[in-house]
Design a protein around this ligand. Structure first.
Ligand SMILES: [Zn+2]
Length: 322
């Protein structure tokens, strides 16, 4: 006997009807909304090295924070990205690089205890199967709170008991200069105290690097001045593959690929930051280099395409090679 499709559908319908008529099934998924991002940890290979993107959380950026922003154009760009009007939400990412003989965490997010939006890096690290005491090196793109505060516990102690802390000498000098701190507006003073507190907790294992040279293992420092004087990116190379983790070249992908001249109020030198952004876009577009960024849509891997005088972020296809 064969069961025709029509016959099958008829019996399925009958069975379904009986089931629905006879049962009152309570919903099982009655769970409160988490109102926070899920743990974010996404791994890919770069040559024979593993890089894991880790999500610390997110920040909402109001349009007033962008220097040079034109409202009408910002609205058009948001609409073209299928975004809502209003503040733009941007993630805070960090990247764990397993060199094989060394675990390097590039940036560390914000610290714990900052409300539901931020401070999830420890959970993401745990999801990636790594305990803080396994991290050998903390490599910091710049000493802003959303990059360096996460090296501390909420009590202000070193979260990574065995890791050296590597910062650029230029950033270290800038944030430790009392004249700079005294000149800074009140709302910027916590940036100085935060940078100093993090550096002090690792004082006995602090290393400073500068210029375009090896920072740790095969990871090379690339100066990207402007956002902060010592702001840097890191190039990871392995078996002919390259990944350029560029820190804060971009704070909001929706705006700044189309308008690299729009800087953010957190820039120490917004004009230089814009020049660095454009130069970096040109370099990675010409070299077809895989990039990742701390404020690019998580996991933040992608490429930059150049369309005449403007640019586009092309998120990387998901990939993992065993
Ligand atoms: Zn940042």
């Amino acid at each position: 006997m064969t069961l025709s499709r029509r016959h099958f559908l008829a019996s399925a319908g009958l069975a379904g009807g009986v089931f629905l008529a006879g049962a009152s099934v309570p919903a099982l998924a009655r769970a409160p909304l988490a109102s926070a991002p899920t743990v974010g940890a996404l791994r890919r290979k770069v040559g024979s090295i593993e890089v894991t993107a880790l999500l610390d959380g997110y920040i909402d950026l109001k349009s007033e924070l962008f220097i040079g922003l034109v409202d009408a154009e910002a609205g058009r760009l948001a609409e073209a990205s299928f975004g809502k009007p209003g503040p733009r939400r941007t993630p805070v990412n960090a990247y764990l690089v397993n060199l094989g003989d060394r675990l390097v965490l590039i940036d560390a997010g914000v610290s714990d205890g900052r409300g539901p939006a931020l401070g999830h890096l420890p959970a993401a690290l745990q999801a990636a199967g790594v305990a803080p005491d396994q991290v050998d090196t903390l490599l910091i793109t710049h000493m802003h709170p959303d990059h360096i505060n996460g090296v501390l516990t909420s009590a202000g102690e070193a979260l990574f008991p065995h890791a050296e802390l590597v910062v650029t000498a230029t950033d270290y000098a800038f944030w430790h200069d009392d004249a700079n701190m005294n000149q800074a507006p009140d709302e910027a003073k916590p940036f100085f105290t935060g940078a100093r507190r993090a550096a002090a907790a690792y004082a006995d294992r602090l290393r400073q690097v500068d210029g375009e040279r090896e920072a740790v293992g095969s990871i090379r420092t690339v100066p990207l001045p402007g956002h902060t004087p010592g702001h840097a990116g890191f190039i990871v190379e392995s078996d002919g593959d390259t990944l350029f983790i560029w820190g804060d070249v971009v704070h909001m992908a929706t705006y700044q690929f189309a308008r690299p001249d729009w800087s953010i109020a957190f820039d120490v030198d917004s004009k230089l930051a814009a020049e660095t952004r454009k130069r970096t876009f040109d370099r990675v577009a010409a070299d077809r280099m895989l990039i990742a960024g701390m404020h690019l849509p998580f996991p933040g891997f992608g490429h930059v395409a150049r369309d005449g005088q403007t640019y586009r972020f092309v998120p990387a296809e998901w990939a993992y090679e065993l």
